[in-house]
Design a protein around this ligand. Structure first.
Ligand SMILES: Cc1cc2nc3c(=O)[nH]c(=O)nc-3n(C[C@H](O)[C@H](O)[C@H](O)COP(=O)(O)OP(=O)(O)OC[C@H]3O[C@@H](n4cnc5c(N)ncnc54)[C@H](O)[C@@H]3O)c2cc1C
Length: 380
């Protein structure tokens, strides 16, 4: 489908990012997967290239390009490179906006330039061993000491970049009598009482680290509180809408690429004297997938425009995530099927696309939670 979505400047940015991936990431991809994380140096080079938190205002070291399409095209290029460990959505969108939107001037001046340069990586820590979808079930808590400082205790899990990150936006309860009252706190690597746990072994995203985090009497000064410590829930509602459009925008290129791989494979392989692509089943499957992806793409591009205009509401973001990730799931599954057993082998890229895709319907809110958000908007 022809898209009139990107400007010529954005296409130039795409070229620069593609060259960066070809130079700094793709040649080392097998090693990154082996070690379970990308070399730290790559993030600094990404910062030098202007690819990290480019949306941050110039006063805080960014390029001031408040346009999500730059992120969107980077997700497309990351998928195209087949090395998904450089998770631009997590680096640019999942946690830094909390500092930019709700942080103090001092916090913005201290942290944002380092997130832009890649000197620091920031992660978001919400999920806990006993509570993921059910935010009210969080046990991690921060107790005020009366002088503006806080003491943080608890545990988080499944945290993307848990080992690579230097800075964490941590959600914690701030009122024991109110399960819905949360605050957001900044925790820095090396603070006494804070330690990352083990690197978790995952199905996909093999070159991107995911880990547990432990907080034991971590003392947080007033400079480590983001905004109002009673309003974390509200902040997260807005932040999650951004995380959901991000997940949608990461999912659809994966679906597009799966279809492209299926076309390549089925036109090159024969069975029963004809190309796999010549079976009517193959044609119908690919045609259905193409129609699904084109519809989802039009919806996604529209949601990106709404986001850029500050008009993307949480329910529409949830609908976009639900639709794009479901289309992705069908696309990788059908495309793998068309590869036969080759699709199950790591040496074929469809195998990794399939494994990476499975998390899209779970993180940033599961598909079931997306339906709850959408239904609440419809029915109250
Ligand atoms: C690779 C990876 C990266 C991640 N990165 C991060 C990160 O950076 N930061 C972070 O905080 N978290 C992260 N997560 C965690 C992820 O966001 C959560 O695991 C996810 O939100 C689901 O929570 P849960 O696992 O506790 O599932 P649960 O909430 O226990 O849900 C289990 C099942 O029950 C269903 N369910 C729950 N409630 C309802 C309901 N009311 N109605 C119907 N069905 C329901 C769910 O849809 C799901 O199918 C990551 C996870 C992975 C695997």
């Amino acid at each position: 489908m022809k898209r009139n979505h990107y400007t010529p400047e954005q296409e130039q940015f795409r070229e620069a990012f593609r060259r960066f991936l070809e130079r700094e990431v793709v040649p080392h991809s097998p090693r990154f997967r082996e070690q379970g994380m990308i070399d730290r140096d790559v993030y600094r080079k990404a910062g030098e290239g202007g690819f990290l938190c480019y949306w941050v205002e110039e006063a805080y070291g960014g390029l001031g390009l408040a346009d999500f399409r730059y992120d969107q095209l980077m997700y497309e290029e990351v998928t195209r490179s087949h090395e998904t460990g450089l998770w631009m959505g997590a680096l640019n969108r999942n946690s830094p906006p909390y500092i930019a939107k709700y942080g103090t001037e001092a916090q913005k001046h201290l942290f944002l330039p380092k997130l832009v340069s890649g000197e620091m990586i920031c992660a978001i820590a919400m999920t806990e061993p006993d509570a993921g979808s059910d935010i009210a079930g969080f046990k991690t808590h921060a107790r005020p000491r009366g002088d503006g400082s806080w003491v943080l205790n608890g545990q988080k899990t499944y945290i993307s970049y848990g080992l690579t990150a230097d800075l964490f936006v941590v959600a914690a309860k701030t009122d024991p009598s109110n399960p819905r009252q949360l605050g957001l706190f900044l925790v820095e690597k090396g603070m006494p009482g804070f330690r990352p746990g083990r690197k978790l072994e995952k199905l996909g995203f093999l070159s991107q680290d995911t880990s547990e985090l432990f907080f034991e009497d971590v003392e947080l000064s007033p400079q480590h509180v983001i905004g109002d410590p009673a309003r974390g829930f509200d902040y997260m509602r807005g932040g999650l809408a951004e995380e959901r459009i991000t997940t949608a925008a990461q999912s659809l290129p994966n679906a597009q690429e799966a279809i492209r791989l299926a076309v390549d494979f089925t036109t090159g392989r024969k069975a029963f004297g004809q190309r796999i692509a010549d079976f009517q089943n193959t044609k119908f499957k690919l045609a259905e997938l193409r129609a699904d992806v084109d519809c989802a793409q039009a919806f996604l591009d529209h949601c990106v425009d709404l986001f850029n205009a500050g008009e993307l509401d949480p329910a529409t973001a949830a609908a976009c995530k639900l639709k794009c990730t479901e289309v992705q799931a069908r696309a990788v599954d059908e495309s793998l099927q068309l590869h036969g057993s080759a699709g199950y082998m790591q040496e074929y890229p469809i195998c990794r696309l399939y494994a990476d895709a499975r998390i899209s319907r779970i993180f940033a809110g599961t598909s079931e939670v997306m339906k709850i958000v959408i239904a609440k908007d419809m029915l109250g």
